[in-house]
Design a protein around this ligand. Structure first.
Ligand SMILES: C[S@@+](CC[C@H](N)C(=O)[O-])C[C@H]1O[C@@H](n2cnc3c(N)ncnc32)[C@H](O)[C@@H]1O
Length: 434
């Protein structure tokens, strides 16, 4: 990052938002952010008494890649290095957190309860532990979006479900766990507020991509203080990269995330992420945004797709499973042009005939075509991209150069888009800040 690229501002009807404070180039990294809270997405209910089996309990790197193999002498939680173990003892793995984990594991091993509840319990332990170890980070967490739903909201099923989960988790933590200092002011109300913040702001840090699996599971969740200000758009202009298993240049850097521009945008433009994979259909997107994030999306893509019937929606294929992906193609594509200009400008001819699906340009240029991937492609940093023209997928991590991309476009453009089978999406726990 050279000079500051984005700033937080208020936008009516959208709350806090991030906007470009100068023209931005595709591939620019506009934010690097470190988590204030990081917690495991693995069940507490496990036959293996070691917590986070296979991952460092502090930085969540896969410990098979590390030479040291340490564990907490009290609870057995593994750590990748002595540095991580010492860092955790002052932050995420305090004696209180350690004892609490032991007791929660015992509780959940005797009481088979849904994974969601176990993960929420993990979050509440991490959040209370944050209150113990860093009041400033805890206050930052409290300043993020998310509040206890009002009585009128509580009539909807999802809100009454989340209310009873919060009641359960609060009474569990209060009865099973070692007492916390009274001055922390913990209460049922605070537990509910914290769960609401987690729901709106947590980023899922995923297991590595595999073509064999349609659903990717989450390894850990993180809450990032600045990245939490990016609003959603169903055709985002930026996307998030993380490198959890990357070799660590220094302690805990592997848990940082970066936000990178997908294409150029002018100064003043709001920078948005997609909170879930961009291939989801209109009704599914609207449902998730309403139920999980509490707003009705009226982005340009939703405005177009709102007019589609379900059968029209089913006729859209974003799954390019064709075996001929390596066919030679020679169509030129202009990766650097602003997407909006492509859509609105005189030179957007490629898609102008496609009145019913004008945003096809996005899928052709910025969506990864690997089976079961649905990742977003963003150029490497402008200096590297200028020489190599390479795009990186934020899910499978593969690199594509412009020739490959042109082939992909040639292979896709003559075919109708196949529907995605998102029946399995319910099981995919990756829709928090994709
Ligand atoms: C992660 S926060 C984003 C920052 C948030 N606007 C704030 O003020 O802190 C997610 C919340 O932002 C709001 N939001 C995000 N995208 C939006 C959009 N496209 N339209 C309206 N509200 C949006 C919703 O309230 C959502 O629950």
């Amino acid at each position: 990052m050279e000079t500051a690229a984005v700033a937080m501002t208020e936008i009516q009807g959208r709350g806090r938002a991030m906007v470009a404070i100068r023209p931005l180039k595709g591939g620019e990294i506009v934010l690097r952010d470190s988590p204030i809270v990081l917690y495991s997405a693995l069940p507490l209910q496990s036959d293996d008494h070691r917590d986070n089996n296979g991952y460092c309990s502090n930085c969540f790197i896969s410990i098979t890649q590390q030479s040291q193999n340490l564990s907490c002498s009290t609870c057995g939680s593994p750590f990748c290095t002595l540095d991580c173990q010492s860092a955790a003892s002052a932050t995420s793995h305090t004696p209180w957190a350690c004892q609490t984990l032991i007791r929660l594991r015992e509780y959940f091993s005797g009481n088979r309860l849904p994974l969601d509840l176990q993960i929420q319990a993990r979050f509440i332990v991490s959040a209370y532990n944050l209150a113990l170890t860093s009041q400033s980070k805890f206050q930052t967490l409290l300043s993020l979006q998310g509040s206890v739903p009002s009585q009128s909201d509580a009539v909807s099923g999802s809100y009454s479900d989340s209310d009873s989960s919060a009641n359960f988790i609060h009474s569990l933590i209060s009865s099973v766990c070692p007492p916390l200092p009274l001055e922390l002011g913990l209460s049922l109300e605070l537990t509910k507020v914290l769960l609401a913040k987690d729901k709106l702001n947590a980023f899922g840090l995923m297991e590595p991509f595999s073509e064999q699996r349609e659903d990717r599971s989450v390894r850990a969740y993180g809450i990032y203080p600045v990245a939490s200000f990016f609003n959603h758009d169903c055709l985002p202009n930026a996307c998030r990269f993380d490198y959890l298993d990357a070799a660590k240049p220094s302690l805990a850097n592997n848990t940082d995330i970066t936000i990178r521009m997908i294409h150029d945008v002018p100064q003043g433009r709001e920078i948005c992420l997609s909170y879930f994979p961009v291939n989801l259909k209109y009704r599914e997107r609207q449902k998730r945004l309403r139920d999980d994030y509490g707003f009705v999306c009226d982005c340009d893509r939703c405005k177009v797709e709102a007019g589609w019937s379900e059968s029209e929606e089913d006729g859209i294929d974003m799954d390019d499973d064709d075996e001929d992906d390596n066919d030679e193609g020679n169509q030129e594509t202009t990766m650097d042009e602003d997407f909006d200009e492509q859509m609105e400008g005189e030179d957007g001819d490629m898609m102008k005939g496609e009145d019913d699906f004008p945003h096809a340009y996005f899928f052709l240029n910025y969506m990864c075509d690997r089976k079961n991937c649905w990742g977003t492609l963003a150029p490497l940093s402008p200096s590297a991209a200028a020489t190599t023209g390479v795009m990186e997928c934020n899910v499978c991590g593969s690199f594509k150069n412009l020739d490959q991309l042109n082939n992909m476009i040639m292979n896709t453009v003559d075919k109708s888009f196949l529907p995605t089978d998102d029946d399995d999406d319910e099981e995919t726990e990756e829709d928090q800040h994709y």
